[in-house]
Design a protein around this ligand. Structure first.
Ligand SMILES: [Zn+2]
Ligand SMILES: [Zn+2]
Length: 221
């Protein structure tokens, strides 16, 4: 980690709302039922989305007779579109500073809580019920654009989402693999958490950080 410039040579202080806390986890609600709606293990949402989207893809190919190759290309486009959306939501929604209390609360519940308690495994993914509602909303938007190819594009989009929720689970809890690109991706997320939260926004890929010039800068020796 030391080869990256830490806090832009002392100019940047870690903002309080993103600073890591001592406790592994902290409740968002006093009410136990409400609190239970904010937490999930990683496997229930991943299995749910996997089953739903494998079914959608199967339906598109077998029932709507979308040819396999265009179907796969559309799914890859869906995954690329997810990674673009992931970068922009992380950078411009979760890490935009504003005086709006509403935005601050949304950022806190959706993302800052992960910065404060990064190894809490129950706050990495949206629980199944709200996850179903939100993914249904996005499916509807894509369906309005193309009611056939949505059945292959959307599963690719959701593979991107599954990578987005699964990778931090591994990145915070498992030592980075030796294999080069994976190690770089692991380190990229660590830089975002522990060195500068205003760079390295990509979680499932570093590509958009290259494109938009938010890659961590190496220390010149
Ligand atoms: Zn993280
Ligand atoms: Zn962040």
């Amino acid at each position: 980690m030391e080869e990256y410039i830490a806090f832009k040579n002392g100019e940047l202080k870690m903002p309080g709302h993103l600073a890591i806390r001592k406790e592994i986890s902290r409740p968002l609600f006093k009410n136990k039922f409400m609190e239970s709606l904010t937490r999930t293990g990683i496997f229930p949402p991943v299995i749910m989305h996997l089953v739903i989207n494998a079914t959608l893809f199967w339906y598109g190919i077998t029932q709507l007779e979308i040819p396999v190759l265009p179907g796969i290309i559309a799914a890859v486009c869906g995954a690329i579109f997810w990674s673009f959306a992931e970068y922009n939501v992380h950078r411009y929604l979760y890490h935009t500073e504003s005086n709006s209390r509403t935005l601050f609360n949304l950022q806190h519940n959706a993302h800052s809580i992960h910065h404060q308690h990064p190894i809490d495994p129950t706050r990495l993914a949206m629980p199944p019920l709200p996850g179903l509602v939100l993914s249904g909303f996005f499916f509807t938007i894509f369906w309005l654009i193309n009611s056939t190819y949505v059945f292959v594009f959307f599963p690719g989009f959701m593979v991107g989402y599954m990578a987005y929720i699964s990778l931090p689970f591994a990145q915070h809890r498992i030592k980075s693999p030796i294999y080069g690109p994976w190690e770089s991706l692991w380190r990229h997320h660590q830089v975002h958490h522990y060195i500068d939260p205003y760079i390295a926004f990509g979680v499932s890929t570093r590509f958009w950080d290259f494109v938009f010039h938010t890659m961590p800068k190496k220390q010149s020796k």
